[in-house]
Write a protein that binds this ligand. Structure first.
Ligand SMILES: Nc1nc2c(ncn2[C@@H]2O[C@H](COP(=O)(O)OP(=O)(O)OP(=O)(O)O)[C@@H](O)[C@H]2O)c(=O)[nH]1
Ligand SMILES: [Mg+2]
Length: 442
């Protein structure tokens, strides 16, 4: 066992391949570097990388025939246990390449799915990963059999006459997908209830979002007693964790850590992780964590903003938090960049440097979230008065005959609870305001 309690795996050697066409925005070097990090995270030691620049993909083998031969040669030299392609492979390409290389061939999507499968701890996480794996597997089932096996009848009792083994397996996988979707619906309902429970607490909610390894979990740990796993491997976090964080002025917020994003996040995975990602949609504000020390910080930021847009969460208040300040070489350039991004700050979660700027930024957003109300609380509702003091900012307080009249800034949940006692003077409609009365025609 290693320190994380995982069974230590036998070392697997891997060979990486990336093909660049005109449509790729990221350079091939950057893609290979990230693929290597993903491979390491999955427990693969990279022994060689190969690349090709090509106008169009070969429909049969992705790379051209010459390159296939080059990979065959590299396989015979390095004897890797696996060849990983950065580009998405069609089921046909994957089968043809597997046959040519006589080696297990996977693509980046499958690698990410494998990592997620290794990481999943909770029932929810496991269900989500299995759903993504099954959706990925369905169109690829035919690759698993030889032509002869594909024509063999199935053994299942429900396999109707003439149903081939492949058809039978496809049906089984489809059935499992439906079952998983049903189970995940239950999980979603529970999650909604949990969130509703949190909404009933008079705390605003914030969710940490960001590219994988940006430092989200480190931030949650440093602001609370969360003890969430944070390490340099990608996708350390799969399951959301929520903790209360106290601001210097004594107010609290609920901060949720979530799964990290990555460019070209496999579609099946995003679809499967809907339940988890709903945390993002439900938050009052988002803290977008960026690894400011990475050369790829701009790209990572774009990827996250794009993903948020796809999730329908891009119109929430966002604080952009440039993390890993301690490892940034050009702090002046970072300052210049921050000047162009509203609600941004830079911190080091590791050293604790400048964490107060993050707290200030959160307090600023909270100000925009709170709503001001004047309420008349009967004397017997001292519980509500106490809540106003604990979770709001009281501007005026007066003891009158029927109770305590206070004017207070409140978070959304308390605002709803106190609305029945609202005595805020309403603005008069303009036609009742003297001097602005419209001239009535005779
Ligand atoms: N130098 C430096 N390293 C940091 C800082 N914050 C986090 N790290 C390191 O960055 C790595 C990733 O941190 P995590 O907190 O796991 O990142 P994450 O965003 O939660 O990552 P995933 O859960 O994998 O998406 C760890 O090795 C941290 O120690 C920082 O302020 N400075
Ligand atoms: Mg994390």
């Amino acid at each position: 066992m290693n320190e994380r309690g995982h069974l230590t795996k036998v070392e697997i050697f891997g060979l990486l391949v990336a093909v660049e066409t005109d449509e790729h925005i990221d350079s091939i070097e950057v893609r290979l570097l990230e693929l290597e990090e993903l491979a390491n995270t999955a427990g693969i030691t990279v022994v060689a990388t190969l690349e090709q620049r090509k106008k169009r993909f070969d429909p049969a083998t992705l790379v051209g025939q010459g390159k296939v031969q080059e990979i065959v040669d590299a396989v015979s030299v390095h004897s890797p246990g696996i060849v990983v392609f950065d580009n998405e492979l069609t089921p046909t390409q994957q089968r043809n390449l597997g046959e040519a290389l006589k080696c297990r061939v996977i693509d980046r999507t499958q690698l990410i799915l494998d990592i997620f499968a290794q990481r999943a701890r909770t029932r929810e996480g496991k269900l989500q990963v299995e759903l993504a794996q099954m959706s990925y597997l369905l169109p690829r089932l035919s690759m698993l059999y030889t032509k002869f096996e594909r024509q063999q009848g199935g053994i299942g009792v429900r396999g109707g006459g003439g149903e081939t083994k492949l058809e039978l397996d496809r049906r089984k996988v489809r059935e499992r997908i439906i079952e998983l979707q049903r189970e995940l619906e239950d999980v979603k309902k529970k999650r909604r209830l949990q969130r509703k429970g949190r909404k009933d607490l008079p705390f605003p909610t914030a969710t940490l979002v960001g590219y994988t390894s940006a430092g989200k979990s480190t931030i949650l740990n440093s602001l609370s007693d969360a003890a969430v796993l944070a390490d340099k491997m990608l996708f350390s976090t799969l399951d959301p964790t929520t903790r209360r964080v106290n601001l210097p002025d004594g107010r609290g917020i609920l901060l949720t850590d979530t799964v990290g994003f990555i460019r070209n996040l496999p579609h099946d995975l995003v679809a499967a992780f809907r339940a988890t990602l709903e945390e993002v949609n439900d938050a009052d504000m988002l803290l977008h964590i960026v690894d400011a020390s990475s050369d790829e910080a701009d790209r990572h930021r774009d990827t996250v903003l794009e993903t948020l847009e796809n999730l329908g969460a891009s119109n929430k208040p966002i604080i952009t938090v440039f993390n890993k300040r301690d490892a940034v070489e050009d702090l002046d350039a970072l300052d210049r960049l921050m000047a162009t991004i509203p609600n941004s700050c830079s911190i080091s979660a590791k050293t604790g440097d400048c964490m107060d700027t993050l707290m200030d930024a959160i307090a600023d957003v909270l100000k925009s979230l709170v709503r001001t109300l004047t309420v008349l609380l009967p004397y017997e509702r001292s519980d509500l008065l106490a809540k106003c003091h604990a979770h709001g900012i009281v501007h005026a307080l007066e003891y009158v005959e029927k109770g305590v009249q206070i004017t207070v800034d409140l978070p959304e949940a308390l605002f709803v609870e106190l609305s029945p006692f609202d005595v805020t003077p309403k603005e008069q409609p303009f036609w009742l305001v003297e001097n602005e009365k419209p001239e009535l025609e005779d």
